[in-house]
Design a protein around this ligand. Structure first.
Ligand SMILES: [Zn+2]
Length: 168
């Protein structure tokens, strides 16, 4: 058997082969074009329009999440109110304390080693911290990123601290 009989493609003339190749590649490119033509509406649907981007950015509205946030807000407000009430009760208890022990002597211990070298007092009965006129640092604001200083008037019992200090 001659080699040209085994390889049948060799029986085709170069012209025939060229025509087949052209037909094949044309068919393939037509098919690819058709596929892409079919994809165009899909790709247009997938394109991110400003409206779609906005919809993605907007958080989904979940009634359960809103209810939860509202409940947490209520609980926060309630716990803040409770803390405020406890703070007022504590203040009232300290204000009502005569800062005197059972023998009628001042129940105030002196505390030194303060940054401004002025003594403080602490009542051993109510635990009140008795301060002179002093600067304190409040929460920060626009002009005071490290906290806003404010002046506090002396504790009403500070004169007892000064008396004790002069006697010691
Ligand atoms: Zn006291």
């Amino acid at each position: 058997m001659a080699p040209e009989d085994i390889n049948r493609s060799s029986a085709l003339s170069p012209e025939m082969l060229g025509m087949i190749n052209t037909m094949t590649s044309t068919a393939v490119s037509e098919a690819v074009k058709a596929v892409f033509a079919g994809l165009v509406p899909v790709l247009q649907d997938m394109a991110l329009t400003p409206e779609k981007i906005q919809a993605l950015k907007a958080p989904p509205i979940d009634p359960a999440a809103i209810a939860k946030a509202k409940r947490e807000e209520r609980e926060n407000l309630k716990s803040k109110a409770d803390e405020e009430a406890a703070r007022r009760a504590e203040r009232a208890r300290k204000d009502a304390c005569p800062h005197i022990d059972k023998n009628g002597r001042p129940a105030i211990c002196l505390a030194h080693n303060q940054p401004d070298h002025q003594p403080r007092g602490i009542c051993v009965v109510c635990g009140d911290w008795i301060t002179p006129r002093e600067w304190r640092i409040g929460p920060p604001d626009e002009q005071h990123p490290n906290g806003k200083p404010y002046l506090v008037e002396p504790h009403p019992a500070y004169k007892i601290v000064m008396q004790l200090e002069s006697m010691s």
